[in-house]
Write a protein that binds this ligand. Structure first.
Ligand code: KDG
Ligand code: MG
Length: 416
């Protein structure tokens, strides 16, 4: 079974997505996700110019060899563009293999280790009353775990906090306004936001105190610091949140400096999650071996696909570290479906992030996974269980968009 056709599909149903479609000489179709929020065309060009021509005529069943060929063969390896591209090829080939076998993909990964994947949703509010409403809405929808993000006094907008419950200047038509902070904005240049770490560190514990008082001790609560703190600031935050028993504290320090997390770990027992911008197993080596983290955040889409992420999870399991796969709306339904198949199979599943894609996104990406009682589950359809609707996609042309950037109060650039 040879690869006969490779198509790079760029569309924007609610937000931009890059999808790879591989077709074999006997007509089997596989899909992969290579979406890099705010840098989509870099991945699309890498696939079109440097990967697609190499795939034609290859044996579609040789997933591992193709992975090694694209990774080792590039010489200039690693990095988000390369690894998202390899991820898309890898996922599409797993989709094909599972379709040929007539089995849902998870069966090829060893079958089910659980009945469903516990997920967390994104609750947010500029002030406590909106936050409480948002948590209640999530609980009413069945969510059993929530991420909590709020506004910070003195700052006009903050990552992770919806600016409005009803409508939003930042959201695209058809997107879910609950997440109006998240689609990259359709500006020619990035929107600039302001950040004040001291105000954040003062405010965050008061929010979790209020949430625990309102919702009690049982509800798993998560929080994302989005790479903005120094090691000692992160240690202080972890310590100040200990009384509120967080499920995890995410991305406290920038992803480049693994040593930073040792300092954080020395000071707090709040569980730590990191990795949504990591690309390879090597990014985790020190963190695993020194047991500096508790959850792995890499998605299938940005870490080299199912083959590579499975390897990362197996390595993590040696240290009792669990999965916590990144699931924002900029990972397409193809990337999410791949995460669901992997998550249902691995022994060390932790939790899955689940920001729901908008109805407009689902017009293009027709999915079969299900969400009920706070759990995601794959369907029994052969392969990934996702179809790409070309006709629907033709109505949503790509439009350049950027995530915001952050500046400190004195105007210096900071991590967003
Ligand atoms: O494209 C950037 C988003 O994927 C990121 O901001 C989302 O941090 C994120 C999360 O935890 O979902
Ligand atoms: Mg995050």
């Amino acid at each position: 079974m040879r690869i006969a056709n490779v198509e790079v599909l760029v569309s924007s149903p609610g937000r931009n997505f890059v999808t790879l479609r591989i077709t074999t000489d006997d007509g089997v179709v596989g899909l992969g996700d290579a979406t890099l929020n705010g840098r989509e065309l870099a991945a699309a060009a890498y696939l079109t110019e440097h990967v697609a021509p190499l795939l034609i005529g290859r044996d579609a069943h040789q997933i591992e060899d193709t992975w090694q060929y694209l990774y080792r063969g590039a010489y200039w390896r690693r990095g988000p563009v390369t690894m998202a591209s390899i991820a898309a090829v890898d996922t599409a080939l797993w989709d094909i293999k599972a379709k040929v076998a007539g089995l849902p993909l998870y069966q090829l990964l060893g079958g089910k280790s659980r009945s469903g994947l516990l997920v967390y949703g994104h609750a947010s509010g500029a002030e406590l009353p909106e936050l409480f409403d948002s948590i209640h809405e999530h609980l009413d929808e069945g969510y059993r775990a929530v991420r909590v993000q709020t506004g910070i006094p003195g700052l006009p907008s903050v990552y992770g906090v919806a600016s409005s419950r009803n409508a939003s200047a930042g959201a695209d038509a058809g997107s879910d306004t609950r997440y109006d902070y998240e689609p990259a904005r359709r500006n020619a240049i990035p929107v600039e936001e302001t950040w004040d770490t001291r105000a954040y560190l003062r405010h965050a514990p008061t929010v979790f105190d209020a949430v625990r008082n309102e919702f009690g001790p049982e509800l798993p609560l998560l929080h994302d610091a989005h790479h903005r703190l120094t090691p000692i600031q992160a240690a202080k935050l972890g310590k100040s949140l200990e009384p509120y028993d967080l499920f995890w504290l995410e991305d406290v320090t920038p992803a480049e400096n693994q040593d930073a997390l040792r300092r954080v770990r020395e000071h707090t027992t709040t569980p730590l999650a990191i990795g949504e911008v990591f690309n390879t197993i090597w990014d985790y080596k020190q963190l695993f071996e020194e047991q500096l983290i508790d959850y792995v955040r890499s998605p299938v889409t940005h870490a080299g696909g199912i083959t590579a992420l499975r390897r990362i999870f197996d390595y993590a399991a040696v240290y009792q570290i669990k999965s916590g796969v990144h699931g924002p709306t900029d990972v397409s339904p193809v990337g999410l479906a791949a995460a669901i198949h992997l998550g249902i199979a691995i022994p060390n599943f932790g939790i899955q992030e689940y920001m729901q894609h908008s109805p407009v996104t689902h017009e293009v990406f027709e999915t079969t996974y299900t969400f009920s009682d706070g759990m995601l589950a794959p369907s029994e359809a052969p392969g990934l269980g996702v179809d790409y609707n070309d006709e629907a996609a033709s109505a949503f042309a790509y439009a350049g968009a950027y995530l915001p950037v952050n500046r400190l109060l004195d105007g210096s650039m900071h991590d967003w």
